[in-house]
Design a protein around this ligand. Structure first.
Ligand code: ZN
Length: 61
């Protein structure tokens, strides 16, 4: 399911974010990233600064 050769996007859920910024852990390498939260009820896509994995965080559900 987590084939690194597949451009599949990780989707992780961090419910309860508030507007501003939040810390999430990269699903690939576990690095803690501080990310901007524009829509605490929606989802956003981020890129890990360490391994460049692209993942989407679902804040609201
Ligand atoms: Zn990473």
């Amino acid at each position: 399911m987590f084939d690194p050769m597949d451009p599949w996007m990780y989707e992780i859920c961090f419910p309860g974010a508030i507007s501003g910024e939040a810390e999430v852990n990269c699903p690939q390498c576990g690095t803690t990233l501080t990310v901007a939260v524009d829509d605490p009820m929606g989802s956003q896509t981020y890129r890990c600064s360490q391994c460049e994995t692209v993942f989407r965080v679902n804040w609201g559900q």
